[in-house]
Design a protein around this ligand. Structure first.
Ligand SMILES: [Mg+2]
Length: 250
């Protein structure tokens, strides 16, 4: 009898409704955040649209030209430089002493036809109180082209690129030191979004709120073995940036 009573009580409700008397799950709390810091590639646009694949292929081509190698051998060298130095560029500077500017122009010479305006992201970003920044290991010319294609070029106070951070890339602690200084950031009032979890280790240790955008891409999983991102470094994770931004408490 008691069971029948409970079944009848349950009938009018959707199965997804929380039981009566249960408080709804709290919103992710971002009420303390006034500075919003976003990685660029595979964070502000989707990893599966072919944009970063072109950059990746150009990096391999650059290494092949530089070292006079076939593509597969150059790719192995490139990935090793990336693992050892944080970016292919940092490795090429450290090991081969290259000039970064021609490299940056070469690898970012890509076709952006696959990238389209993202009014939903524009609206979600516009809702955020305070300042918004882009923090990329790439270059600012590339960032500006991407933001223009996405229709987001009016959304960001500053773009911090590999030059801003002295060619020392995320996840190196010095990179964040340069960025914090460039933006006059109070880490306790900042949130950082990145598709590479290890890039959130230092921001978390500095006191920022961290959001891992799990884009399910191999690029997010390759790279240096250190620092290792544990669950303790990731305050929030999501696969959809817009819907996440739409639901946070601000
Ligand atoms: Mg990225």
């Amino acid at each position: 009898m008691a069971m029948l009573w409970r079944m009848n009580q349950a009938l009018p409700h959707d199965q997804n409704d929380p039981p009566a008397g249960t408080a709804p799950a709290p919103l992710p709390d971002f009420t303390h955040v006034r500075d919003w810091i976003f990685d660029l590639d595979n964070t502000l646009y989707r990893a599966d649209n072919g944009i970063f694949a072109q950059i990746d292929a150009n990096m391999t081509r650059y290494v092949a030209n530089l070292l006079g190698m076939e593509r597969d051998a150059a790719r192995a060298v490139q990935k090793q430089l990336y693992r050892d130095h944080g970016t292919t560029l940092a490795g090429l500077i450290a090991v081969y002493g290259i000039d970064p500017e021609p490299y940056l122009a070469f690898v970012h010479d890509i076709d952006l036809a696959g990238l389209h305006p993202d009014p939903d992201l524009h609206r979600a970003l516009a809702r955020l109180p305070g300042r918004r920044f882009v923090f990329t290991n790439g270059c600012r010319n590339h960032a500006r082209r991407i933001l223009e294609r996405l229709g987001l070029n009016d959304m960001f106070e500053q773009v911090w690129d590999i030059r801003t951070i002295g060619f020392v890339p995320k996840p190196e602690p010095a990179a964040y030191g340069h960025a914090v200084k460039a933006g006059n950031i109070a880490p306790a009032k900042a949130a950082m979004f990145d598709d590479i979890a290890r890039n959130l280790v230092v921001p978390h240790d500095l006191g920022m709120t961290t959001v891992w955008l799990d884009c399910q891409s191999d690029w997010s999983r390759q790279g240096p073995e250190f620092p290792v991102a544990s669950a303790a470094h990731i305050d929030h994770e999501t696969r959809e940036l817009v819907s996440f931004l739409d639901t946070i408490g601000i």
